[in-house]
Ligand binder design. Structure first.
Ligand code: MN
Length: 245
């Protein structure tokens, strides 16, 4: 099981991982609300789903995303989806499922919060302070095969992200046989609901960029390519039939 699977990670592991992030957690704990994610296990009751730590510091993606933007997005919005989900599933069968299972099987408010919890955890890993550049290996070959060239893929993905009406996510997704597609999905929707495996995503809810970019979604999407984590995407592509996520 992948260490970032929110349903499997133990509280001790979360605390250890959080400590390794150093100042990131100190800042989060300072906000109170976000720090509550770690402290939800009050009275010895373990919440079924725990928000995993960011894979980098809150300021690691500057200048693309400011620390304030990340504080609100990770520490407020993402944290709230976990908090809401835990409240909704308390004492219900979903509390015993993995987060992926809840995303695939649920509907209504449970789905909305589970989907957003899963999507954001995936999204953080789609970016890296050492990201950018072009895809490698068999993912690069599949992108050329299915979109013509990396440049054509990049334009099609950006267009899908910029033109998605309202709130949602643009995805690169793979079928079991490796065929790639771009999906522009509304709200919490995800390729997991269409039996496709997520490879890469960008969040285009306004809360993802409003502090740094105001209404300029196009500039926010363009900047994504400076931090995109192709190593993560390649790993997801290789493991599409036995996903660790
Ligand atoms: Mn978001």
């Amino acid at each position: 099981m992948h260490p970032n699977d929110p349903s499997q990670i133990s509280r001790r592991k979360v605390l250890t991982a959080g400590a390794s992030l150093g100042c990131a957690w100190v800042l989060l704990r300072g906000t109170g609300e976000a720090g509550g994610v770690l402290l939800q296990a009050k009275g010895g009751t373990k919440m079924p789903f725990t928000q995993p730590p960011l894979p980098y510091a809150l300021n690691a993606l500057v200048p693309y995303l400011s620390e304030e933007q990340m504080q609100f997005h990770y520490g407020r919005h993402h944290a709230a989806y976990f908090r809401n989900l835990n409240a909704l599933v308390e004492g219900k069968p979903e509390a015993e499922m993995t987060l992926r299972e809840v995303v695939k099987r649920s509907s209504g408010s449970v789905f909305n919060n589970a989907g957003q919890a899963w999507n954001h955890t995936f999204y953080w890993h789609c970016m890296s302070p050492s990201g950018g550049g072009e895809p490698k290996g068999e993912l690069a070959a599949a992108i050329e095969r299915d979109f013509g060239s990396f440049q054509q893929f990049r334009k099609a993905f950006s267009d899908a992200a910029v033109t998605l009406f309202g709130s949602g996510w643009a995805w690169l997704a793979a079928d079991a046989d490796g065929r790639l597609s771009i999906m522009a999905l509304s709200n919490a929707d995800t390729p997991l609901r269409y039996d496709k495996e997520p490879i890469l995503t960008i969040d285009v809810w306004e809360h993802a960029y409003y502090i740094d970019y105001r209404n300029e979604r196009g500039r926010f999407v363009e900047g994504f390519w400076t931090v995109v984590n192709w190593d993560f995407a390649l790993a997801r592509y290789k493991q599409r039939n036995q996903p660790e996520w």
